[in-house]
Design a protein around this ligand. Structure first.
Ligand SMILES: [Zn+2]
Length: 498
């Protein structure tokens, strides 16, 4: 988890939707999400699937499209596809195959992309999302198919030249296609965030949007409420942040409605989001699927997925984000908001749960959300690099909860462990932060002071509240300022009333 991820842990906020200005209209949004898989090797050859910076160094005859070479399917890709399908409630096709999708582009030397067409490996699933009012809506998933990525064209900023880097060619992708069931920018974000956590929970994708490892195309159309047919859709291509996708959708809703209201017609096309001017711009008219001349890939055999295999994969499915949120609320007493933030990041969730397992205090979550996240952000480090392990945090919170140190001391210990990685109990001794400490110790002192000041006790009991300060002062003196004021006051009140 990078520090960047931490700062983006924003809650999906209730936002104004542009649709509120057009009560007669509704919007239909379908998502096509490309998920770059983190398999060891590429989809049809044994080249490494790691990102390689030096152009054209991580390629072979197969992924660079030499004629006469034969692809061999990576079994891990099938496994990941089935995992994704099961996690999104899809049916798994018992027999499926690849197809060739033809188009010409310099970063695709074969002249076709090997993908799946009319028989994708997963079909007809759904992903539940949480709406603003807390209710659940299922977004239907039309299909999940496997395919290869293309290379990259790089256009020089300094000359009229363009370059082709094929390192990315043959990287395995899943394309997850939803039905146009999404009806606002808010729902789009909820859907994407949910899918994003799922692929990270399944450990099949890094989820990194800036690198394009998780990228979404948005199909969007508007229509008058009650209309039977969907409106003409536009496709918003490859927008690499949840925020930009929301902004682009809001803009596009208004553009399409204005066009219709002014007697125009929406053209089916692909549009880009111009982040600088905050508007969508036309890129090209959209090809129909007929233009691709799909046909079955003759160089790859049929893929059979047995019930036995599906059962085996199902048994390896981890707990998914929604289930985790429910459990964190029920078993660990987190609020909905806390649970959502924690569950959004699997590393953070494990951190919290490990710490809570050692010392089950309600305060653990506060320290994780406030201090640990703050620390990661300040130091620009990941949880793995953080010297405050779940064990150390648990110990620290325990020392605080039991009155061994006070709040200020706890902060000091926290900072010291963050730097040195020492154990909390050692830091406390070294810094002399130990309060005379346990509740029992303070109790003893409180009793002594009450016993040796009967006059003031009598005054207090007769209603002279201000002598309370005298007792607090005496206790602090005895404790050399190390006692927790809250505990002292509580104990004084308790014994003065007897
Ligand atoms: Zn290769």
């Amino acid at each position: 988890m990078s520090s960047k991820d931490v700062s983006s842990k924003d809650k999906i906020e209730k936002t104004f939707s542009i649709l509120e200005n057009y009560p007669d209209y509704e919007v239909n949004i379908g998502m096509e999400v490309h998920v770059q898989l983190t398999t060891k090797s590429k989809i049809f050859c044994s080249c490494s699937n790691e990102i390689t910076k030096e152009p054209n160094t991580n390629i072979c005859q197969i992924c660079s499209g030499h004629p006469g070479t034969l692809p061999v399917l990576n079994a891990e890709v099938v496994k990941n596809a089935v995992l994704a399908g099961l996690a999104t409630n899809c049916n798994i096709e018992p027999v499926c195959y690849f197809a060739r999708k033809h188009y010409f582009y310099p970063d695709l030397p074969k002249g076709y992309q090997t993908t799946q067409s009319d028989k994708p490996i997963c079909y007809e699933g759904y992903l539940p999302i949480k709406l603003e009012d807390g209710s659940i809506k299922n977004i239907r998933i039309n299909r999940i198919h496997m395919e290869e990525d293309a290379g990259k064209n790089i256009h020089s900023n300094f000359s009229q030249e363009s370059f082709v880097d094929l390192n990315r060619a043959g990287t395995p992708l899943l394309e997850i296609v939803s039905y146009p069931d999404i009806s606002s920018a808010y729902e789009t974000r909820a859907y994407l965030k949910s899918l994003h956590s799922i692929v990270k929970y399944l450990n099949i994708c890094t989820g990194n949007m800036e690198d394009g490892a998780f990228r979404a195309d948005t199909n969007i159309s508007v229509r008058k409420k009650g209309a039977k047919e969907l409106g003409t859709k536009c496709e918003l291509k490859n927008i690499n942040s949840f925020k930009f996708i929301s902004d682009a959708i809001e803009y596009e809703i208004e553009r399409q409605i204005d066009l219709i209201e002014n007697g125009g017609k929406v053209q089916q096309e692909t549009r880009l989001w111009d982040t600088k001017n905050k508007k969508t711009i036309s890129m090209r008219s959209k090809e129909g699927s007929a233009d691709y001349r799909y046909f079955e890939e003759p160089d790859l055999p049929l893929i059979e997925v047995s019930q036995e295999y599906i059962k085996q994969i199902r048994s390896t499915l981890p707990e998914l984000p929604m289930a985790k949120i429910e459990r964190l609320i029920k078993e660990n007493g987190l609020s909905q908001y806390e649970a959502e933030i924690i569950a959004e990041d699997l590393d953070l969730a494990s951190y919290f749960e490990n710490s809570y397992k050692i010392y089950s205090s309600k305060n653990i979550i506060n320290w994780v959300l406030r201090d640990i996240l703050g620390l990661l952000k300040d130091q620009r480090i990941s949880l793995n690099e953080c010297k405050i392990t779940p064990e150390r945090l648990a110990k620290l919170v325990e020392l605080l909860d039991t009155g061994k140190i006070n709040n200020r001391g706890a902060k000091e210990v926290f900072e010291e462990i963050a730097l040195s990685g020492k154990e909390p109990s050692i830091v406390i001794k070294e810094k002399g932060l130990e309060q005379i400490g346990s509740v029992e110790d303070i109790e003893k002192i409180v009793k002594e002071i009450i016993d040796s000041n009967p006059d003031n006790v009598a005054l207090y009991k007769s209603g002279k509240d201000r002598v309370f300060g005298f007792f607090v002062g005496e206790c602090m003196k005895k404790l050399q300022g190390k006692g927790d004021p809250k505990i002292i006051q509580d104990l004084l009140k308790k014994y003065l009333q007897n």
